[in-house]
Design a protein around this ligand. Sequence first.
Ligand SMILES: C[S@@+](CC[C@H](N)C(=O)[O-])C[C@H]1O[C@@H](n2cnc3c(N)ncnc32)[C@H](O)[C@@H]1O
Length: 195
Amino acid sequence: MPRHQNENHLQLPKHYRRLKRGPQVILPKDIGLIIAYTGIGKDSICLDAGTGSGWLAVSLARICKEVTTYDVRDDFLKIAEKNKIGENLQNLTLKNADITKKVTERNVDLVTLDMPNSEKALRNAKLALKQGGYVVGYLPHMEQVKKFAMKAQQLGFMNVFTLESIVRDMLVREEGTRPSTKGVWHTGYLVFAEK
Ligand SMILES: C[S@@+](CC[C@H](N)C(=O)[O-])C[C@H]1O[C@@H](n2cnc3c(N)ncnc32)[C@H](O)[C@@H]1O
């Protein structure tokens, strides 16, 4: 049966299926938006927190020059380390550190934050970013979005905007072509802000 008829194509792409998974990960649909809206690429330097399973960090390291990712939990860093080795990413550095306390990186193009109370990391994100660089917060709830966006504005970030990505899978069949009734709906909102 052709792939588009078996209603199974919302499964993860194969380069994500081989990654190990511990805590909740950021999914490809949201990673795509982060990459497209911040314009990062082969010359970009990124800082990420928390690492979690490292799905976002690995995705960034696949296309960027250098990625550093912070997590406070050693057990999660071990999972991310396995993913780093599995993907052979020498440009990815894992750090056991609290991003709200201190950042040593400077002049980075992008800071990504996927962790509880991530608005508390915005001050350090600004310190690490180059002028014109972006911070992106991945936030499951609207209340967090408001807190994060307002704090970013208070700190002098510009062009603060929030997006949600809803991806629908299309069934293409003789008997009728329509969106599938299966799918991943809400994952998280993405708040973007520019230094
Ligand atoms: C949902 S996970 C991140 C998942 C990751 N974005 C991915 O795609 O695999 C959230 C992580 O934030 C970490 N975390 C919480 N507070 C932190 C902090 N202050 N600094 C760094 N990491 C933190 C947690 O330990 C946890 O591993």
